[in-house]
Design a protein around this ligand. Structure first.
Ligand code: GLN
Length: 214
């Protein structure tokens, strides 16, 4: 089983641990560098990105995490996690730092500060067209959207209708996956299963890189 960490400084950690375990991974929390060193991949949950940025810095986890991402550790960021992984953030605080692992520009709280949350059915490339075909219920909570992507980023999902129609809400670049929405709250495990497969592939390809837990 791949060993996947969930960054547990803040945000909805428990739901991700459960979804990862249900998808065949061994899932543990990450709050310090020794815990980060032990995992084959990392989930960065939703929460509040400026707070997460501050806590990563205060706990001396920021630079170790940047290094592991640069070394090719797979990562999945949901909502605030997507913001943390991005290269460029619009509408954030000037002192907020981010991990620069995904070549996208993200707009924080993009769907509007008044209409904070909504749900829609989404098609996600490589995920909702797989063996368990069918759209996915996507829950957005003060979510970011992806304003633009570089050519090596795959767009996996866009909003199908409504005022935000066409906005990008799921992307992948190599071993890094991000969604604006929260698959951990719906009981639909397909995004987590997809990420567990990504981690398996990277672990299998890079012999000696990461620990495969059997
Ligand atoms: N609005 C939050 C932020 O800017 C993200 C919200 C979420 O993760 N549900 O970090």
């Amino acid at each position: 089983r791949p060993h996947i960490g969930v960054l547990a400084l803040q945000g909805d950690v428990r739901e991700h641990l459960a979804a990862l375990e249900a998808s065949g991974a061994r899932a543990t929390t990450v709050r310090r560098t020794t815990e980060l060193d032990a995992v084959d991949g990392l989930v960065i949950p939703g929460g509040e990105s400026t707070t997460m940025s501050h806590l990563l810095t205060v706990l001396d986890l920021f630079d170790p995490l940047v290094r592991r991402l640069a070394d090719g550790m797979p990562a999945y960021g949901s909502c605030a996690g997507m913001i943390m992984l991005a290269r460029t953030i619009l509408d954030t605080r000037p002192d907020a730092r981010h991990l620069d692992a995904l070549d996208i520009t993200v707009r924080r709280n993009a769907f509007g500060r008044q209409v904070e949350s909504f749900e829609t059915d989404l098609e996600v490339d490589g995920i909702t067209d797989g063996p368990d075909a069918g759209p996915m219920r996507a829950v957005f909570i003060r979510a970011p959207w992806v304003e633009s992507v570089s050519p090596d980023v795959q767009v996996l999902a866009t909003v199908p209708d409504g005022p935000a129609q066409g906005r990008i809400v799921a992307v992948r670049q190599g071993g890094v996956l991000a969604t604006s929405f929260h698959p951990e709250v719906t009981g639909d495990r397909r995004v987590h299963a997809y990420f567990v497969d990504m981690v398996r592939e990277v672990s299998a390809a890079g012999s000696g890189v990461g620990n495969i837990d059997t």
